[in-house]
Design a protein around this ligand. Structure first.
Ligand code: SAH
Length: 505
């Protein structure tokens, strides 16, 4: 007996976080994923790497013939004992041919389950700020295919009922047939001034909305070259959008922003930007790797009880230092004699995750700020360990030495740069569709220049707003010929995010 099963999973309308928990669970155990054009491709990341990924659009040629072939693939894989996820945009049972696929599976004796999804009408309405029903306005809503009766003279849609009575009507697949369908509603008695909204790529950063009335929306769509995929909402509820829109009001909505941090670190900043509506293009310019030799750091770690201060200036320094401590068979107790300076609240938080309370957290995150804090202490003859990145500035060790300290600054990690830009980032730059590029350290800008060559970088960034986290990074930008447009007063990701919001206000 085979254990094959097919899950028809609704992927939701576009935003990859709108899939259900059950949908994600199914993807996690999939051997095969057969996915549609409208299912967000990012969702495939939930499936195991080993899972076979089949793009349904590639199966078969013409539409109907394609459907038979998709059914065959599902049956075949199910019979072969595979866990198959059939990932469909929106909900599988709303204009999704889920019914046909279930019939084929049932006829072939292959077990199946259906996992619902947020259908496009519901997702689009929510993200456009249009309640599909409202107690004061309408008590019914209909989902209608815009393609119905296209090839027939007779339509099976009851246009009288749809048009009269004032219920909200949502058309799927109705961009190319917009004029005809609006005309039908008018002919069947819906007032010409009824508000209409077209919502394209709903719930995604590319969401586009066009509003008008039954009488003029087709002209407006034509004038603006409005394209599928979109849904059309017809009804008085559309007017509520004026008051209730929120998605397009987010401070960075529609902005395409490049984040150039190390791959391991980009997530936090990208999250802040996308929560504000930006489309984030990640462009790792830094890979963090081990030093060429651990020798100097190891010597210092074995001698930790003889140091008075340990200075950690970044989360990376904290992670690499403690990793090395651990691989030498030691733990936080090795630091019992040593006071710890963590530069910046984030670094301090990282230190705390190792059960250690930092003794000093300078409020100014620049090397100058650190030096100033130490200049208030008696550093004479004290021993300081400063594990650092290979390209770190020399200011802290040299200034502390001036204060009479003995400073050891072994390399704890190196910044190297990846060979090339991710293709989608390069493509966006070439298409001139990027609004802003962010640099969060000197190495991010220097590495980008090294990856692209100064000249190409300069050319690709023409017209792109440059945002830098602080003066040192800004100087590195200027040294490479870039003009810095945004620099926050404090050197934190939060401050940089706020500065971006203020700039694009
Ligand atoms: N099963 C899907 C619908 C598939 S039919 C669902 O439940 O949503 C394809 C139509 O869905 C498109 O022509 C368009 O009208 C609509 N659609 C799907 N995703 C959409 C999106 N993100 N934005 C606007 N319309 C979308």
């Amino acid at each position: 007996m085979s254990n094959g099963i097919v899950y028809l999973v609704g992927a939701g309308p576009g935003d990859p976080s709108l899939i259900t928990v059950r949908g994600v669970d199914c993807l996690k155990k999939a051997d095969v994923v057969v996915y549609d054009y409208l299912a967000n491709e990012q969702l495939l990341n939930h499936a195991p790497e080993s899972a076979e990924r089949i793009y349904a659009g590639k199966i078969g040629g013409r539409h109907n013939q394609g459907q038979d072939e998709i059914n065959n693939v599902l049956v075949e894989k199910g019979k072969a004992g595979k866990v198959v996820v059939r990932l469909k945009g929106g909900d599988p049972f709303v204009f999704g041919r889920g019914g046909e696929e279930c019939e084929a599976l049932r006829d072939a004796g292959v077990p199946f389950e259906v996992v619902p999804g947020v259908t496009a009408a519901v997702g689009a309405a929510a993200y456009a700020g249009i309640p599909l029903t409202h107690r004061d306005i309408t008590a019914s809503v209909a989902f209608v295919t815009g393609q119905e009766g296209k090839d027939k003279n007779e339509s099976t849609v009851d246009w009288d009922r749809l048009s009269l009575g004032g219920g909200t009507v949502v058309f799927y697949m109705g961009v190319t047939t917009l004029r005809r369908n609006m005309q039908r509603m008018l002919e069947h008695g819906r007032p010409a001034d009824t508000p209409v909204a077209l919502i394209r790529w709903a719930t995604t950063p590319c969401q586009q909305i066009l509003t008008g009335t039954l009488a003029d929306i087709a002209d407006r769509a034509e004038e603006s070259g409005f394209k599928p995929p979109a849904i059309t909402i017809v009804g008085e509820v559309v007017a509520l959008r004026e008051k209730l829109q929120w998605f397009d009001k987010r401070t960075l909505c529609g902005k395409k922003i490049i984040v150039t941090r190390a791959a391991e670190q980009a997530g936090e900043f990208s999250g802040k930007l996308s929560a504000r509506g930006a489309t984030v293009l990640e462009c790792p310019t830094i890979s963090l790797v081990e030093p060429e030799s651990w020798q100097l750091l190891d010597l210092a770690i074995r001698d930790l009880h003889n140091y008075n201060w340990l200075i950690l200036t970044s989360g990376n320094a904290v992670r690499f230092f403690f990793q090395r401590l651990e691989s030498l068979g030691l733990d936080a107790r090795a630091l019992a004699q040593c006071r710890i300076c963590a530069v910046g609240p984030k670094t301090a938080d990282e230190v705390r995750t190792f059960g250690i309370k930092p003794d000093l957290v300078p409020t100014d995150f620049k090397a100058e700020g650190v030096v100033e804090e130490f200049s208030r202490l008696d550093m004479h003859n004290s021993r300081v360990l400063y594990p650092r990145a290979d390209k770190a500035r020399d200011l802290i060790p040299s200034e502390l030495k001036r204060l009479g300290a003995h400073v050891d600054s072994p390399v704890a990690y190196r910044n190297i740069f990846p060979e090339r830009l991710p293709p989608e980032t390069l493509f966006a730059l070439e298409k001139r569709s990027v609004d802003c590029i962010t640099f969060t350290s000197s190495s991010t800008v220097q590495n980008l220049a090294a990856m692209l060559g100064d000249e190409l970088m300069f050319d690709l960034l023409k017209g792109v707003i440059v945002a830098s986290i602080g003066p040192i990074t800004s100087k590195s930008c200027r040294d490479l010929g870039l003009k810095v447009d945004i620099e926050p007063a404090a050197y934190t990701l939060d401050a940089l995010t706020e500065a971006l919001e203020a700039h694009f206000k």
